[in-house]
Design a protein around this ligand. Structure first.
Ligand code: GLN
Length: 197
């Protein structure tokens, strides 16, 4: 299995390490590759869009021609994971901040997102998050995190925090407000790779 990480900006290395660990835990042959330009996505079986600055990542992905390649991969039902800024980019719609910057969105999930939804006081924090897909809570790290303010019926809500949606899935596409690559728990990465089965 070949897993691609969009490596334009953001916390790329952490995802590479987390996915290499996940492959090892599964005893699966595979490799994790960094995607900096067009022509690589189509050879990947799964793609991750990391956290960082969604404006920068979005603009550069579009300019490099990676946007259309990811849409194709999604239509081919390959698993796509967006964490934090990556979640913003997966959305069909953003808030005023997104509109103001005119940043392009992939529009692959029927969700509306709000950037920096927890405000300046709570820029980063960690919580034990109850997720519908696991029995035990997940140690979730939030960093200037967005939330999902609207999800269509076709979207599965996987977790909420203070009434706000922070994890959701639609078909083969997974969006998280937080950063599973920053902790040692690999359950979410396994769940993500299982979406391709
Ligand atoms: N607030 C950032 C954005 O919307 C995301 C922060 C992050 O990815 N940690 O671009």
């Amino acid at each position: 299995m070949r897993i691609g990480i969009i490596a334009i900006q953001g916390d790329v290395e952490e995802h590479v390490i987390a996915l290499e660990q996940t492959l090892a835990e599964r005893g699966e042959e595979g490799e994790v590759v960094k995607i900096k330009h067009r022509g690589i996505v189509s050879s990947c079986d799964a793609v991750v869009i990391p956290g960082g600055e969604s404006t920068t990542i979005g603009r550069l992905m579009e300019r490099e021609g990676i946007f259309s390649e990811i849409k194709e991969a999604a239509w081919e039902e390959k698993p796509i994971l967006g964490t934090c800024a990556g979640m913003v980019l997966l959305a069909k719609e953003g808030d005023e901040e997104v509109a103001k910057t005119g940043q392009p969105l992939l529009g692959l999930m029927d969700i509306k997102v709000k950037r920096n939804a927890f405000g300046r006081q709570r820029e980063s924090f960690e919580v034990l998050l109850k997720m519908s897909i696991f029995d035990e809570p997940f140690h979730a790290v939030f960093i200037r995190a967005p939330t999902i303010t609207y999800a269509a019926d076709s979207v599965d809500v996987l977790a909420t925090l203070n009434g706000q949606i922070v994890a959701a899935k639609q078909r083969n596409i997974l969006a998280l407000s937080f950063h599973p690559e920053l902790t040692e728990d690999r359950r979410i990465h396994h769940y993500f790779l299982d979406l391709g089965k």
